[in-house]
Structures are given as structure tokens and as C-alpha cells.
Design a protein around this ligand. Structure first.
Ligand code: AMP
Length: 209
């Protein structure tokens, strides 16, 4: 099973991805996580990506498409992928179709986690992430509920950057909703509910109970 997760930043894509990956043993690929690791390691990719990420803009398509072409060749993707944060532009979606077709694998669904923008602004500015294991939590978590690690606020989760990220989403990524509707692959869930309730709906709608 190969799935693309769509939705605004903070819609809960990462949380649903973790649940799907646990239940169905898929390979979770988050381009945001790959880029944050590259920034931390100060690789050439990280150095180039950092400015775009800090301002809430998208990293150029060529960089992301090159990175994903390489990542999709890794053997762990054979069991099926859960793509979280990719594609983010129509050019990336077209490139993904070509990659999957070259690999002879189908895209089963594009899952849209739908949440109103006002709810997202509140969620993102109170979001915290574990420095050690990447677990997503909130300002209410003094330490990571998973491993006890230090929780921190991502550089791009301040209100000004969040608003820019939402604009970028509306202009560049939301058109993918129609793109996947046109391929008859779009599955929409209401993401403005608790993560477990959203997940039940995801499983039912993907028909993979
Ligand atoms: P995320 O964790 O998915 O919200 O991604 C954090 C940041 O990484 C985004 O705001 C972009 O700057 C960059 N990024 C992640 N995925 C992509 C992508 N597919 N295309 C372009 N930029 C990306």
C-alpha cells in the first residue's frame, strides 16, 4: 500500500502517519523530518534548505525531487510507503507519479486530513516536538511522553511563520486536492477531532480494517 498524506501543516498528518505505520508496517517518509535532520547535521542539503524552512517557504522542487528519487530506491520502501509532507507542489506530484510508475508500484490513495485554518494556528503555536525521538506533543508536555526527552518548539512554529506556511499551503499545495480528485484517489477525513477518532475514520475510509 502506497499512500500520500495531504493537509495543511499542523492538520495532524504526522500523528496519523505514525498510527498507520505502526498498524500496517509501512515505511514512513517525512520530507520535513529528513530536512530537519540535514539541517542539524549541517549537510550541503541542510545548509541550502535552512533559510527556506525558517521563513516557512518551500524548499525548491529540484532539491526535494532529487532527494525523494534517491529515498524511493531504498529497499525499505518495497513494503509500501506513507509519504508525509511530499508532494507539496504539482511538479512534485507529477514527479512522484513518474517515480512510482518506474518502480511499478501503484499509488493507492491520497489521504486529506482536513482542519480549518483557525484551529491550525492555535495547534501549531502550542506544538512541541521531542529533540530525541521526534514525538509530537504540546506545550503541556514538560518532557517527552514517549522517551522522557526534551520537548522544544520548532523554529518555524511561531505565529508569523505559521501564517506564511498556511499561505504557502493554500497557494502551492492545496491544488493537489484537485489533482488527486482527478485521479480518483482522494480520500478526505475531518481532522478536527481527537487523533484516535480521526484514525478510526482513516482506517474505515481506506478500507483496510
Ligand atoms: P513539515 O515538517 O512537513 O511541515 O516541513 C517543514 C518545512 O520543510 C516546510 O515548511 C518546507 O520548508 C520544508 N519541506 C518539507 N517538505 C517539503 C516538500 N515536499 N517540498 C518543499 N519543501 C518541503
Amino acid at each position: 500500500m502506497n499512500i500520500v498524506l495531504l493537509g495543511a501543516p499542523g492538520a495532524g498528518k504526522g500523528t496519523q502517519a505514525e498510527k498507520l505505520v505502526d498498524k500496517y508496517a509501512l515505511c514512513h517518509i517525512s520530507t520535513g523530518d529528513i530536512l530537519r535532520q540535514a539541517v542539524k547535521d549541517q549537510t550541503p542539503l541542510g545548509i541550502e534548505a535552512k533559510g527556506y524552512m525558517d521563513s516557512g517557504n518551500l524548499v525548491p522542487d529540484e532539491l526535494i525531487i532529487g532527494l525523494m528519487k534517491e529515498r524511493m530506491q531504498q529497499p525499505d520502501t518495497e513494503k509500501g510507503v506513507m509519504l508525509d509532507g511530499f508532494p507539496r507542489t504539482t511538479a512534485q506530484a507529477v514527479a512522484l507519479d513518474a517515480m512510482l510508475s518506474d518502480l511499478g508500484r501503484p499509488l493507492n490513495a491520497a489521504l486529506l486530513v482536513d482542519v480549518p485554518f483557525e484551529v491550525i494556528i492555535g495547534r501549531l503555536t502550542s506544538r512541541r516536538q521531542c529533540r530525541a525521538c521526534g514525538k509530537i506533543g504540546s506545550v503541556a508536555d514538560a518532557a517527552c511522553p514517549n522517551c522522557g526527552g526534551e520537548m522544544y518548539q520548532r523554529d518555524d512554529d511561531n505565529e508569523e511563520t505559521v501564517r506564511n506556511r498556511l499561505d504557502v499551503y493554500a497557494n502551492q499545495t492545496a491544488p493537489l486536492i484537485d489533482y488527486y480528485k482527478g485521479q480518483d484517489k482522494l480520500v478526505t477525513v475531518d481532522g478536527n477531532r481527537t487523533p484516535d477518532v480521526v484514525f478510526e475514520d482513516v482506517v474505515a475510509k481506506l478500507g483496510i480494517a
